[in-house]
Design a protein around this ligand. Structure first.
Ligand code: SF4
Ligand code: SF4
Length: 363
């Protein structure tokens, strides 16, 4: 067979060496939430790396099949931690997605979100979704997920106020992570300058785990998650609750923030019963990497596995610290309650903190 001509793949080229470092061991399959559901090699990191290499060499042409496979990834980072060759799997997948998007295989929902960011600065395409400015010492980066859930943001601001911390709030725009992860890398390069104009800071407090990772890695901002700040000042309370805690992937694997939320809950008199897969080994909720917009069924199946793990602990409440995890897990818990009659309530950590502060004030 005649050798294929090497294609110009500007996004993948820089990872040629990395892709060749993959020794095909399949350790990346061990806890991959996608491959656990779908069980095709091309749905795990190894298969995605091989497909990406095929795109680079010209052995594979971009197609809808490859697009569907590449977009089946929650960016949960589990494979990154397991890979013995330290292959930069997520950058490779994001770059292969960029090649696929440039070849015209972006999904309509992903295109819609990116257009929204370009037009309005947020993923919703809504000019009303903006932060209410306030003056303060250290800037707060709210992020699209919290901007779209204003009651949650207000609760965090009220918690900070009670703890005597007043952050500055500015009219921020999206950090650009969706552009990077969904394969719109050229749009992200243009967006970067605009982001800097709106958020020209070197350090910040953050609310969303994913934005926190991206402010650090993409914008080199010293970002400190709000829970790290809260832990330093939180008084003790006695909520007398028993819960299980779900570590969001970007928290436990991305930021290595593992003990802080647990210490917060303990301080408030909340006992934690750990799930089988916890901390760095936490099982993904199924809501990341854009999968929620393109394969809701797969995302939901992944979320249901996590809820079943939570049910095995025997507690009636699951607490988490990411708005996407909360939404995804709530939906799965509701479906399990309806179909199997097993119930667990999904709560956000800020709700528990607020309750704890009220309890501390009373006593
Ligand atoms: S764990 Fe790393 S080296 Fe092993 S198959 Fe997966 S990507 Fe390749
Ligand atoms: S990031 Fe998570 S979902 Fe994506 S390939 Fe790796 S283990 Fe699988």
């Amino acid at each position: 067979m005649a050798a294929k001509t090497k294609k110009t793949r500007k996004h993948l080229e820089q990872y040629e060496r990395e892709m060749n470092m993959c020794i095909r061991c399949a350790y990346c399959f061990e806890k991959c939430p996608v491959i656990k559901e779908v069980q095709w090699d091309t749905d795990g990191a190894r298969g995605k790396v091989i497909m990406s290499y095929g795109l680079l060499t010209g052995e594979l042409e971009p197609s809808q099949y490859i697009a569907d496979k590449l977009f089946r990834c929650t960016f949960c980072r589990d494979c990154l931690d397991r890979c013995p060759s330290k292959v930069n799997i997520l950058h490779i997948i994001a770059s292969a997605r960029a090649e696929i998007v440039e070849a015209g295989f972006a999904s309509d929902t992903h295109k819609y979100i990116i257009e929204n960011i370009k037009k309005t600065g947020n993923i919703y395409g809504d000019t009303e979704v903006i932060s209410q400015e306030q003056e303060g010492k250290i800037p707060l980066f709210i992020g699209c997920q919290y901007l779209g859930r204003p009651n949650k943001t207000k609760k965090y601001l009220k918690i900070l106020e009670k703890l005597d911390i007043k952050p500055a709030v500015v009219k921020e725009i999206c950090c650009g992570f969706p552009m990077e992860v969904l394969g719109f890398k050229d749009d992200y390069e243009k967006h970067k300058d605009n982001f800097k104009k709106h958020f020209p800071f070197k350090e910040a407090i953050t609310l969303c785990p994913t934005c926190t990772v991206f402010l650090k890695e993409g914008h080199e901002i010293k970002a400190k998650h709000v829970l790290q700040i809260i832990l330093e000042k939180l008084p003790k309370a006695n909520l007398n609750m028993k819960v299980t805690y779900h570590d969001p992937c970007d928290f436990s694997r991305g930021l290595k923030i593992i003990e802080e939320p647990r210490k917060i809950l303990e301080k408030l008199g909340v006992e934690i019963v750990e799930m089988k897969n916890n901390k760095e080994n936490s099982r993904c909720c199924g809501g990341g990497g854009g999968i929620l917009m393109t394969d809701q069924e797969l995302s939901n199946d992944i979320a249901k596995k996590r809820i079943h793990e939570a049910l095995e602990t025997g507690v009636d409440t699951l607490v988490t610290s990411c708005p996407t995890c909360e939404t995804t897990l709530k939906k799965a818990a509701q479906e399990i309650a309806e179909s199997e009659g097993k119930t667990i309530s999904v709560r956000s950590i800020e709700d528990i903190i607020w309750k704890g502060l009220q309890d501390a004030e009373r006593s």
